[in-house]
Design a protein around this ligand. Sequence first.
Ligand SMILES: O=C(O)C1=C[C@@H](OP(=O)(O)O)[C@@H](O)[C@H](O)C1
Ligand SMILES: C=C(OP(=O)(O)O)C(=O)O
Length: 431
Amino acid sequence: MQQITVKSCKALLGTTYIPGDKSVSHRSVMFAGLADTPVVIRNFLYAADCCSTVSCMEALGVQVERRADGELCVQGNGLHGLKEPISVLDAGNSGTTLRLMTGILACQPFFSVFSGDASLTKRPMARVIKPLSQMGCTIVGRQQSKYIPMALVPSAQIQGIDYTMPVASAQVKSAVLLAGLFAKGGTSVTEPFLSRDHTERMLESFGVPVKREGLTVSVAPVDSLTAPKVIEVPGDISSAAFWLVAGTILPNSRLLLRNVGINPTRTGILDVLTAMGANISLENERFSGAEPVADLLVQSAQLRGTEIKGEIIPRLIDEIPVLAVAALFAQGKTVISGAEELRVKETDRLKAVTAELSKLGAVLEEKADGLIIEGGQSLKFGVCHSHDDHRMAMSLAIAGLAGNGVEITEPDCVRISYPDFFETLASLRVE
Ligand SMILES: O=C(O)C1=C[C@@H](OP(=O)(O)O)[C@@H](O)[C@H](O)C1
Ligand SMILES: C=C(OP(=O)(O)O)C(=O)O
């Protein structure tokens, strides 16, 4: 598909199941692939990023059976059972695949090489190479080991470390903790703000003792993982975010979003939208394995501008593009700061949000670390580019839906995290 046109609509009404969480899906295949008993993964996200993780694990000798109804059955060969891949591992567009698997593969007694798509070759790898090198891993990459392609060379003995991270990043934290499982001695990671803790929760459900004290998390080496028989992946709150915003800013809307993960390290979007005046209620709260979930009921509401900064940023990092759309429809100014990490995602999201929403007549100010958005704007129709970034494509769709329509070029990138996004949109819209 070269482009798609999303027309404005009167309202969004209905119920939808939110597809499986991308972060949890990645981890479920990786961890199950390091266990020695079979694991059935339910509600696995069959999207391009998670399929990159599946292909990489298969290339390392893990058996993966794709079943109907979003189930995946993974049979690993144990913590020390991965096999040397015969060709380059392709992480595709997925930073999570690349960074987490670097933590695992840098500790193996075999050679491996990672590559990825055009976007991934621009994303910083020094942030994982630095702590892993301090642990004794040997990793060499393009441009003085800043970028992929990158080779991971066997090293004699990996040592645990106490690492203080300069930026809050669940990918870096996870890479170091995973390497810590293979290291000699304990490993701890301290972050400036708490990032998503799916790795910690899932390691615990694989029998690994994880110690948490404030912003520090520690693990000790283990001999094996004790896998649960089944992992239930909750729905992805980052995918639900598009409907939370759309259901709020489109008048007369009412959406029930079923089975959404509400892990507190991910619910910054709920906190911010609620502070802005959104009408969102949590129903049927329960646990899906180690992860809390709920059904989210969202109804239209008039939003107020707000300030988004500090510790909440890692808790809503992927939702900032769609929050920028929400801010356009709020009363008053929204100021987002401390979000410079957005510059190193699939595209520079601060620049892309500013450039593309401007094409719809929006006025935004791009700052080095955030955005300033005046609310109460009315949007015109425009042609916008997704920058081949799934979160951009879906955020632009919501802007067009609540504004005056939009034509999005390169919309196929939604396959990265939400392959049925446009079909779901069509099923919820009221003309
Ligand atoms: O660990 C994860 O699953 C993720 C962590 C975040 O990245 P950083 O660790 O770079 O902040 C997030 O943006 C990404 O979509 C998924
Ligand atoms: C940044 C994202 O993912 P990743 O880092 O895994 O590419 C995302 O999904 O928005």
